[in-house]
Design a protein. Sequence first.
Length: 398
Amino acid sequence: MAGGHDDAARHNDERGTATKVVHLGRDPQRFDGFVNTPVVRGSTVLSASYDDLVHHRGRYSYGRRGNPTTEGLETALKALEGSDGVALTPSGLSACSIALLSVLGAGDHLLMVDTAYRPTRTFCDQVLARMGVKTSYYDPLAGADIADFIRPDTRAIFLEAPGSQSFEMQDVPAIAAVAREREITTLIDNTWATPLFFRPHAFGVDISIQAGTKYIGGHADLNLGTISAVGAAWKKVIATHGTMGITISPDDAALGARGLRTLAVRLERHQRSGIEMAQWLQDRPEVSRVLHPALPSDPGHALWKRDFSGASGLFSLILKEVPERAVAAFFDALTLFGMGYSWGGYESLAIPFDCRDYRTATPWDVEGPAVRLHIGLEDVADLKADLDRAFAALRAAA
Ligand SMILES: *Cc1c(COP(=O)(O)O)cnc(C)c1O
């Protein structure tokens, strides 16, 4: 695992982000000049001598505990996050669950944002509840008022910004400051922004989680989770991750590293196309409003502008009221936008959603059907033409 204190230089790395994602966590000379770290398959690691064995002198000790392929990805992510270490998990959801298990125990209380990724909520309500951890949900707009929800047994606060599907922004530093004062651990699901557009640890958050499945992978061919942490939280994460036996395949680590090399250039394009599509959609007669924090009209825009350095390609829109058959006609007319959930790949996606299905602390009371879009790397003119056709089908069926 990429922990330790050997990297003071990396914390002060002044190079640009695109340069960093290309060069971090690679050492071609170590592998006979090959640009990419090899896929190292291995369970058994041999020691050169009895002395090395009993004094644990090897750089690696046991397949499950890491190899050059996983270590390279961990090292790169650790430097990007600016943390004390990064642990890899087999999916984004397992990154959320392992991180929560690392910092919570029987009798503890968790404050979970009401706009969290739904399966993370299910983990809290079903598994954590069985372990004796109580979860209560809070309004994403709480900010420093989070103090009002903190109980004597509150041990962790979980954030996700912008909110899953509905894109509310959170005042991350305000919540982190309140938590820090009370020695409560903060965790954030930072999948939407990635550490390229938002660096949670710089805003006081202890644990930063990503579904690497999304933008790190970037090609819809990988499930990966990353848990980055600082200080005491890192010690807890790596202990729980290790004792639970969590490990990922070297092939998946290599795919994650390959995705990382182009992350800056892909995100730049997702951002530009996403904002252009969001602006275009705002002016469509079929659309009531667009939920995208980079739009100046968005209620979360000021927080986004203050804390984030970019926006990715995922946002939502609320259609004007139409019958369900018109919504169905809209989706069935799409040819470039695929109907699928796991976003962050090179392709555009569209799904319907309804937050009333799961929210408990805040109302979701919108004027029409809600649609989430992922803007991929296609030409924007073609994406507009695809939505144009879909809107024509919607109007014809309304
Ligand atoms: C997709 C997603 C996850 C889960 O990632 P998987 O690899 O699919 O388990 C977690 N959080 C957010 C915000 C996501 O979008």
